[in-house]
Design a protein. Sequence first.
Length: 367
Amino acid sequence: MDVQTDSPERLRYCVIGGAAGVMGMHRAALHLPSVELVAISDINEALGQQRAKELNCEFYRDHCDMLAAVKPDVTVIMTPHPLHARLAIDALEAGSHVLVEKPIAIQVAEADAMLAVAQQHQRLLGVVFQHRLRPEIRAAYQVIQEGRLGRLQHIEMTAVWTRTATYYRSAGWRGSWRGEGGGVLMNQAPHHLDLLCHLVGMPERVFAWTRRLVHEIETEDTVQAALEWSNGALGSLHISTAEADQSEHLKIVGTRGQLELINGIVSFRELETDLIDFIATHPKAMAVPASHEVSLPLTSGSGNHAAVYEEFNQAILHKKSFTSAGEEGRMALELANAMIYSSQRHCEVVLPLNRHDYAALLAELQG
């Protein structure tokens, strides 16, 4: 999408939800040379005013008053998930570009509405998916885009974010349908769901089991899903806050090789013959193609929030692409919603997800 802007090389930013705990991850980004933080808003006046003083900017209790008064180029949204859609639409309609913390919203119909308003006002809407910018993820993405894995066949992803009861007790909204719109799928999993969709595309079919294995919360602390892509590739996903295991493991198998990402380290084993040709022509009954390890060059950077802000600014100022804009930023949410729906309704989900059906389910779960 082409976005219009009359902004100078330094963009004027404001933050909705400036008292949020996630602000700590944004501080370095808000001090970039291309960012001028002019105001924050929050309904927690005491903490909001304290944050504004620390950041040397104006404070507003009401976000609409802030948008009208400061007319920012960019609005960053850090509030609880259920508020993302309404606040983003307010900012977009005020003429601001919007960068929203993950997840983009709590149900995909809300994300659709956000994208429609962004398109209507020719503003850029992006989601903070900083993991896409990690050097090892960029390297893996390039290998896949260049076709070096051949036809994708099998994908496995596991991720563990061990959390204690203290974590869930620390805020009443954690692990609740009204407060988060889900459990691990809406809080810890979005980055992994996004990486899955970013690297290999959105699955076509999903069957999932969401479970509350350990934690005394309303929502799920664990998800297991079976996935199928349109080319016939099959996969599995397992994410939990109720286990102790590797924090991240992703394996992607194709007819020309295998990619593996384990806790930030990428490896690529390339087959010397495409498996399809090998199977069709090799004279032996039981054999596998020869393979070798390939060292992948890595770009600089760490895939942090500052990198997201820098790319977002470049997209606005110089019409460059932003990796998790618009429909790209919506994919992880649609996949999370599909998994919740599949488990709650005990059925396979064929994507795209039926928005009306999911809205009805979420209303039931929220009581």
